[in-house]
Design a protein around this ligand. Structure first.
Ligand SMILES: Nc1ncnc2c1ncn2[C@@H]1O[C@H](COP(=O)(O)OP(=O)(O)OP(=O)(O)O)[C@@H](O)[C@H]1O
Ligand SMILES: [Mg+2]
Length: 364
């Protein structure tokens, strides 16, 4: 019988690869006066070492909260209610459950920036308006890389140049409010990359940038990845960037991962109706210009209201009454591609049939 447990993507070769981060059954709730929102409802995935995992899904599905939860930075009233975040350092030592660290304790603070850094969706979240950009990058380098101030400054200027800042020496002495939105975003990318982390969580890192700068930044990330074996968790709405950057993709909907597979399978053989709809809603070269782009009908339900059965069923073009609105779908490994996971009742039957056929059992 094919496994129905939600186990993580294990790399394209189908073998258990060395992971840098493994998230297990992670749950986050926001307890507010108007109710409880399950921002993450038990998600499980891995980011293999040296690889890039793309995380996609509509606004509000929990992408940023996933990144923040890994670093124990979920803002109040959000709380991590259960799960594990296993981090495996590159020296080959035992994996550590980061959620066992005290949120603001020395171990967790030491891990942030040094081992795992995050480029936040909102640049001003991580840039301190009271300090120059250069000093903030230099501080991060001094904390984790070298104690030599001159060397730290040189490295900071070098990384500012690498992210395409014009006149990096001048930018080094500028305050965040003196920079444009795109420059602030690049300053934050420079800060994230300056410590050569094991894992970079990049949350919409290039949304405020023009396409040329975006291409340069993506190239820089790839270079660093090859140089130091950095892993990347790339959170984005831009499926074009996913195609360019990612090895594997996790598709999220309402705090859950509904499909996980290699980037090729997500683009060429998507299974979940939600993934299929997402892909149909992006423009493609070569399609008839008069054809309308498809939109996903309806909108993401209010996160404070629980939807029974599959949370996508009210919007799903393949909705099966009596099943999809009643039963929450298990995550299934496709028998034809065991690393491909999907949470959809459409594949339940297929799964049982294929398993039954392959085992010679005709009774089911
Ligand atoms: N500060 C907060 N207070 C209350 N609820 C929150 C807060 N931050 C996030 N949430 C809840 O968590 C859910 C997931 O939010 P998250 O920011 O992870 O979405 P996202 O997928 O990153 O969206 P986007 O694409 O717009 O950035 C939201 O739907 C919201 O209900
Ligand atoms: Mg977000």
């Amino acid at each position: 019988m094919a496994s129905t447990a939600m186990s993580p993507v294990r790399g394209q070769a189908g073998q258990a690869e060395d992971f840098v981060i493994r998230v297990e059954d992670l749950r986050v709730e926001f307890r507010t006066p108007i109710g409880v929102s399950s921002a993450l409802d038990g998600i499980t995935f891995e980011v293999p070492r040296g690889k890039t995992l793309g995380v996609v899904g509509e606004s509000g599905c929990g992408k940023s909260v996933t990144g923040l939860a890994i670093l124990q930075l979920v803002p109040l009233p959000g709380i991590i209610t259960s799960g594990r975040v296993l981090f495996r350092p590159h020296d080959g030592s035992e994996a550590i459950n980061l959620l066992e660290y005290e949120r603001m304790g020395a171990d967790m603070r030491g891990t942030r920036g040094k081992n795992i850094s995050m480029i936040f969706q909102e640049p001003m979240t991580s840039l301190n308006p009271c300090y120059t950009v250069g000093n903030q990058i230099k501080e991060a380098i001094l904390l984790h890389q070298t104690k030599n101030h001159k060397e730290a400054k040189e490295r900071a200027i070098d990384i500012l140049q690498k992210v395409g800042m014009p006149n990096p020496e001048r930018i080094f002495g500028s305050y965040p409010h003196e920079l444009s939105g795109g420059m602030r975003q690049r300053a934050m990318i420079a800060m994230g990359l300056s410590c050569t982390p094991d894992l970079l969580i990049a949350d919409e890192p290039t949304t405020a940038l023009d396409v040329t700068t975006e291409a340069n930044i993506l190239e820089l990330m790839r270079e660093l990845q090859q140089e130091i074996g950095m892993s990347i968790m790339f959170i984005t709405h831009n499926l074009g960037v996913v195609a360019q950057m990612c090895d594997d993709v996790a598709v999220m909907y309402l705090g859950r991962i509904v499909e996980q597979a290699s980037v090729e399978e997500i683009f060429y053989d998507p299974k979940h109706p939600y993934t299929i709809s997402l892909l149909r809603s992006i423009p493609r070269l070569g399609t008839n210009r008069k054809e309308h782009l498809e939109v996903i009908r309806g909108s993401v339900p209010d996160p404070y209201t629980r939807v029974s059965g599959c949370p996508f069923h009210p919007r799903c073009p393949s909705f099966m009454p009596g099943i999809c609105d009643k039963v929450y779908p298990e995550a299934l490994h496709l028998p034809s591609s065991p690393q491909h996971l999907v949470r959809c009742h459409l594949y339940n039957d297929l799964n049982h049939q294929e398993v039954a056929t392959s085992s010679g059992d005709k009774s089911s």
